[in-house]
Design a protein. Structure first.
Length: 304
């Protein structure tokens, strides 16, 4: 059975494995991401490819944050500082003599879910990963939509509350800073506690959920705001794209409390708007493949 190398570059870890034509993983590896050192990231990717490649395993799919244009050039690189200033695709192919294909990390999740996950056989769906910020990917008529420049589905860049920010805080109007797990929920919670330092936002979501369950007002209020923000984003996506399914991804999607809170907020908002109530909402469900999705989706680019 043909095997491919699948690599998932995240802000904290780089995960890799061999992936067969059934989407099964073998020889899983994981190492930390040196997100402030792009040359070290390239070195790690090169070493991983060398580790897996053989005379018959020469095709490498890499899921990576950022906008990737149709030629495979990285236009932005998300949490990996300055990586888009390097010729990532060409450098890796020259160093390893393999065929490399890059894919945006959110698109990789959608590809995996469409191939082996909850969106299998679904022709029109949207995937919205809620991580540090907000990602997004769009499947219409069974095809991944990437747009003219590769930026289709960048829902985190959409503006949520532009009238409430100044020129110095314009980034806070973006949905990534309103509906993201860290930049949204953790930021809102820590600011309520008067913790303004960005490093303080990296508070675990389970801790906020635990505080809310014990009755802490700041945690409960932060979750309510977060649920409202996510619900508004999903409703906007629904009326623009009219998908038959919306998948919520990221580690946060593994919490049934979070999913229930978002669904409850969707119900409230929908009832407030007759037109939304008339057209209804598609199912909003968590992604199925968890932290395997990036590897599977990256490798799926080669599967016919």
């Amino acid at each position: 059975m043909t095997q491919y190398i699948g690599i998932d570059v995240g802000g904290s870890t780089i995960k890799a494995a061999l992936v067969d034509e059934q989407g099964q993983l073998k020889n899983y590896q994981q190492c930390p991401t040196t997100r402030d050192d792009p040359e070290k990231v390239l070195q790690t990717l090169t070493e991983l490819i060398h580790y897996y490649q053989t005379t018959t395993i020469t095709q490498v799919g890499i899921s990576i944050p950022g906008v990737i244009n149709p030629t495979g050039k990285m236009i932005t690189s998300g949490a990996i500082a300055q990586l888009h200033h390097y010729a990532v695709l060409d450098d890796l192919q020259k160093a390893t003599h393999t065929t490399v294909r890059l894919v945006n990390d959110a698109n990789a999740i959608a590809l995996a879910e469409h191939w082996q996950g909850r969106a299998k056989d679904v022709q029109n769906f949207v995937c919205v990963p809620l991580g540090t910020g907000v990602g997004g990917s769009i499947f219409l008529n069974g095809q991944l939509v990437t747009g003219v420049g590769g930026a289709a589905g960048e829902f985190g860049m959409m503006l949520a509350n532009p009238e409430k920010v100044s020129a110095q805080t314009a980034h806070l109007a973006e949905y990534s800073f309103n509906a993201g797990a860290v930049a949204g929920l953790c930021r809102i919670y820590n600011q309520k506690l008067k913790r303004a330092n960005l490093a303080d936002w990296e508070l675990s979501v389970p801790q906020i959920l635990k505080k809310a369950a014990t009755g802490q007002t700041e945690a409960q209020e932060s979750l309510a705001i977060f649920y409202q923000n996510v619900a508004t984003l999903l409703l906007n996506i629904r009326v623009v794209l009219d998908p038959s399914l919306i998948l919520v991804g990221g580690g946060i999607s593994e919490s049934q409390t979070i999913i229930n809170g978002v669904q409850a907020a969707l119900t409230v908002i929908t009832k407030q708007h007759p037109d939304l109530l008339a057209i209804g909402m598609p199912p909003v469900l968590p992604c199925q493949l968890g932290n395997r999705a990036g590897i599977i989706g990256a490798a799926s680019q080669f599967v016919k």
